[in-house]
Design a protein around this ligand. Sequence first.
Ligand code: C2G
Length: 131
Amino acid sequence: MPRTIITFGTFDVFHVGHLRVLQRAAALGDRLVVGVSADALNERKKGRVPVFSEGERLAIVGALKVVDEVFVEESLEQKRDYIVAHGADVLVMGDDWAGKFDEFGDVCDVVYLTRTPAISTTAIIEHIADL
Ligand code: C2G
């Protein structure tokens, strides 16, 4: 049976930290499915609209060779449904979420990967704003 990995994120202003977490997630199985946060979810969660729209973010993430399927993550509360609907064997998240998704351990393995240091969407936005 192929091993399906699922992960979630906004992936706004796509950068190498995003790439590395997706590459490492893909390496844990045979098929990588990515839930890309909806614009509305991001606004509720972070209080700002992403720089790139959900359509653009889906197109970028979906074009990566390590990604097999993308879908829009409409709500954080539906995580269990998304995991089950996509037949995921492993949920992967960056360790900024460490411990937060352990409750899904009854339907899949839950793995937290170390974030790539010294890079973030917020830092890039601030850097560009300061140019
Ligand atoms: N990431 C990373 N290293 C960085 C920055 C981000 O490994 N330097 C990882 C995060 O840990 C996450 C993924 O890249 O696993 C996407 O990051 P964000 O777009 O910031 O995702 P977030 O807004 O936290 O959305 O349902 C959960 C949310 O959708 C997660």
